[in-house]
Design a binder for this molecule. Sequence first.
Ligand code: PGA
Length: 262
Amino acid sequence: MRKIFVAGNWKMNKTIAEAVDLVSKMLPELENFDDVDVAVAPSYLAVPAVAELCKGKALKVGAQNLFWEESGAYTGEVAPQMVAEVCDFVIVGHSERRTYFGETDETVNKRLKAALAAGLDVIVCVGETLEENEAGQTEAVVTRQISKGLAGITEDQAAHITIAYEPIWAIGTGRTATPEDANNVHKNVIRPLLKQQFGDQRANAMRIQYGGSIKPNNAAELFAMSDIDGGLVGGASLTADSFVSIIKGASLVTIVEETSKE
Ligand code: PGA
């Protein structure tokens, strides 16, 4: 039985005080949803305060990026061990990192390996631009991002990896991929690539999140699809109400599936 994984990516939003306030509102609401894995990724400075609040709670805390070197003269960067001191997981390869900060498939791969070596779970983001989508290149782009981004990763390491498929044209635009289109990429492009590299059993157990304008009113239909195992939520994770509604939707999907299996 898959357990849906909903992660909130707060991006460059929320001061420390605002982050603490938001998580304090979310935590009591999340107590009833132990059938869904839930996580948030605040901006770096707010991470320790949020992690402190989440100690012993069912809300995992992550960072939005890290650097691959262990230490040294890398002004402005944060090392994997530093992230692992405080976080459960890290996001790598987000399209905003690729677009604005020069992230490439090769640097995604370096960050991924360094994060895994530090004992972190990792969400690896992939997804095509609108131009690529319209040119029918989705499969080629996602295939390149997965095969280069996950190059050299072993089956054991794959147990710590979640893939987030985020079509760039859907991020922050209010334009969501249809559940069928997103599921098609998950099921017919990403999952087969994972099977090729890690074998059927491991690949079937790996979670592939969808991301891009997930909202309370579209989350449940996305999560109900066979190969959409959760979501990476940006804007709608910035208020407790909308994030909790999305998690409620995920919880209902799980219950429906369990019931239909009996
Ligand atoms: P969005 O962001 O939900 O605001 O579209 C998703 C993401 O970038 O992870």
